[in-house]
Design a protein around this ligand. Structure first.
Ligand code: ADP
Length: 652
């Protein structure tokens, strides 16, 4: 009953109907026949206790069936038509019939599936208990209202259920149109949690937070004025230092001063961000404080970080390098050990250290390469000075080594010299004693031989002479060696006839061959005269030595061939014997002092100095000596002398 609104009919149609009813029956009938509202007259039925329990339709207008949704009702009772028709319908109409008080109300008739806007008033004699009803089917409007309410409820639920704070503000402007405050019209459940403001609805921001910064009012004022929504992050010092992320939009049209906010307290996030920023700053400082130059490259070889030291080392500003490709900025790296190391890190994920010369900078760099998720990182240093120091150290070490080797060699030479001296003393004493012993022996027995007069005296005397000559030869050799060693070995330079010299020596040797000999000496001269420049006495010594060796080392006899040939530039003297020859390994040492081949028997006496002196003499003539020998077959020694067109300086 409380939903019934007690009010006078205020709708034009109703008033007219009343007037019409009262005016005339005819007019009234015409009216209610044509009008679009439903109209009926009912007689309310009461029980024995005067409680209204039903009503019967007395009359209906043509619009009734359409408005009420029921037909052919005249003469019928409502309970027959709709047994579940709500009791309040009977109560309301009963009251109207009893009191004569008109009513206007909206009510649902569930069984008719409709809502009605109803005006009811008593009509006729009160004892007839008749009520005239003018009504309209408002089901469609009611449904729309319900839907709206439902959607409102839905949004309310939504805003209540979201984690974000939500509120609706009414902006308050001063006379100049400046927004100076706002009032909270609505807030959701988590509003207090986000803002710390309790029971804000109905209160203004200034009441709740007197020191709130002006920019909040300005911001929302602008949203209300322009209708352009904003999203922003803002610090609110007055609200316990909170940070808010806010989305503000106007609710309604141009005249609206209402702004809706969806927001959240992002203080924790902001603090975390600040902490990360501080951390990054610290990392940055650490990276910058590293004394090594340092740069990072992404997977496309672009610079993504260059620290100050790297800027200094590379002479490039970090802004200048960032985003640029390594190989394009430093093409000299291509094909270097650095490129290999960088690629190994980038594609194989294998870090490493490389030290190499970078020609573009004329420097040595040492680079440590590290693979990473973003690309590679390179720490590098200019190690040119260290490298130089290292090289210098190596050079000094090498020099020291050379000096040591030289000292070693000098020591070895000194030892060898000592050894040579010992060898010399032992050989000399042995070699000198042998002829001396036989010479002494002959000299002691010579007087007896003379006394006996057996003719042996001449033989002995000849032997004494030979041994003395042998001694003389040995002593001469020793003297020569001594002169050679002391640089006092003089070779004169005079024109001489090599062919004539050889002829003379061969003649002399032939003459001294014993009568019993089975040796012969053959001489072949390609030319009668072969003129060269040199020291005739020394060259004679050379030929003597070679010829006597040829005879000495042919103990079984045989022919010694001497051949003189010449070309335009050289004269050659070849002495070939059929003697013992020498082992192949001996040929390399033949000309060293005191060297004697292993196949030399005990009988062939000698110092091993002859060939040494020979070679020195030949060398002082600008010539050379060669040997070809086969052990057991024989040997050929060849002396080659240059034929000089003009006499050497100093020659007459
Ligand atoms: P020596 O004859 O006093 O030993 P040399 O210097 O004249 O010294 O000769 C060195 C060595 O060369 C000899 O001991 C000998 O072994 C070898 N040699 C020199 N001439 C001949 C030769 N014609 N046939 C074989 N061996 C020779």
């Amino acid at each position: 009953m409380e939903s019934i609104q007690q009010s006078a009919p205020d709708q034009a149609g109703h008033t007219q109907t009343d007037v019409a009813l009262r005016a005339s029956d005819a007019t009234y009938r015409t009216l209610f026949q044509v009008m679009g509202h439903g109209f009926c007259i009912v007689q309310v039925i009461f029980d024995a206790h005067d409680t209204p329990i039903d009503y019967q339709f007395v009359e209906v207008n043509p619009a009734f069936a359409h408005q009420a949704g029921i037909e052919n009702v005249v003469g019928r009772r409502m309970r027959d038509i709709a047994p579940d028709h709500e009791a309040h319908w009977f109560a309301i109409y009963g009251q109207v019939a009893q009191t004569g008080q008109p009513v206007r109300f909206e009510q649902q008739a569930a069984q008719l599936h409709r809502w009605f806007d109803v005006s009811a008033f008593r009509i006729g004699d009160p004892t007839e208990r008749q009520v005239a009803i003018v009504f309209t089917d408002i089901t469609a409007r009611k449904r729309a209202e319900d839907a709206l309410a439902a959607s409102e409820a839905k949004y309310r639920t939504l805003f209540e259920s979201i984690d974000e704070g939500f509120c609706i503000l009414e902006m308050l402007f001063d006379a100049d149109g400046t927004s100076v405050d706002y009032r909270f019209l609505q807030t959701n459940a988590v509003f207090e949690q986000h803002t710390g403001l309790a029971q804000a609805v109905g209160k203004t921001a200034r009441e709740l937070v007197p020191t709130l910064e002006a920019h909040w009012f300005e911001m929302y004022g602008t949203v209300a004025r322009t209708g352009a929504p904003v999203r922003f992050e803002q610090h609110a010092a007055a609200m316990q230092d909170r940070w808010f992320e806010v989305y503000a939009s106007r609710v309604g049209g141009d005249d609206s001063r209402t702004v809706a906010l969806v927001f959240r307290d992002i203080t924790v996030r902001k603090q975390a961000e600040a902490a990360i920023l501080r951390l990054n700053q610290r990392n940055h400082e650490i990276l910058e404080s590293i004394t090594d130059a340092f740069f990072a490259l992404d997977h496309a070889w672009r610079f993504i970080y260059v620290n100050q030291q790297a800027e200094r080392t590379l002479h490039r500003a970090h802004d200048d390098l960032l985003g640029k490709v390594l190989w394009e900025e430093y093409p000299g790296l291509m094909g270097s050990a650095f490129e290999q190391a960088y690629r190994r890190a980038a594609t194989g994920g294998i870090g490493g250290t490389v030290t190499a010369w970078y020609p573009d900078h004329q420097r040595w760099y040492e680079a440590h390469v590290y693979p990473g998720a973003q690309g590679i990182t390179v720490y590098f240093r200019n190690v040119t000075e260290q490298k130089w120091a290292e090289n210098e150290r190596e050079r000094l070490l090498a020099a020291e080594h050379t000096a040591r080797v030289a000292a070693e060699a000098a020591r070895a030479e000194a030892e060898a010299a000592l050894h040579t001296r010992d060898q010399f003393l032992s050989i000399a004493s042995h070699e000198l004693r042998t002829p001396l012993t036989s010479l002494l022996g002959y000299a002691q027995v010579l007087p007896q031989a003379i006394a006996r007069g057996t003719g042996k005296a001449e033989q002995m005397s000849a032997r004494i002479v030979r041994q003395a000559q042998r001694l003389n030869t040995l002593i001469n050799q020793l003297l020569d060696v001594s002169r050679l060693r002391q640089g006092q070995f003089v070779v004169t330079q005079r024109p001489l006839d090599v062919a004539g010299l050889v002829q003379a020596v061969v003649d002399e040797v032939r003459a001294t061959l014993p009568a019993t000999t089975n040796h012969s000496v053959e001489l072949t001269l390609a030319q009668a005269r072969v003129v060269a420049v040199g020291d005739a006495e020394r060259l004679e010594q050379v030929l003597h030595n070679l010829l006597s060796n040829a005879l000495k080392y042919s103990p079984a006899g045989g022919t010694v061939q001497v051949k003189v040939t010449c070309t335009v530039t050289e004269a050659s003297v070849e002495i070939t014997d059929q003697g013992i020859g020498m082992p192949a390994d001996a040929q390399a040492h033949l000309f060293e002092p005191f060297y004697r081949a292993s196949n030399v028997g005990g009988q062939a006496s000698g110092f091993g100095l002859g060939l040494y002196i020979v070679r020195e003499i030949v060398a002082r003539h600008g010539g050379r000596i060669e040997v070809e020998s086969t052990e057991g077959v024989g040997s050929t020694f060849r002396v080659v002398l240059p034929l000089r067109a003009t006499a050497a300086p100093g020659a007459p």
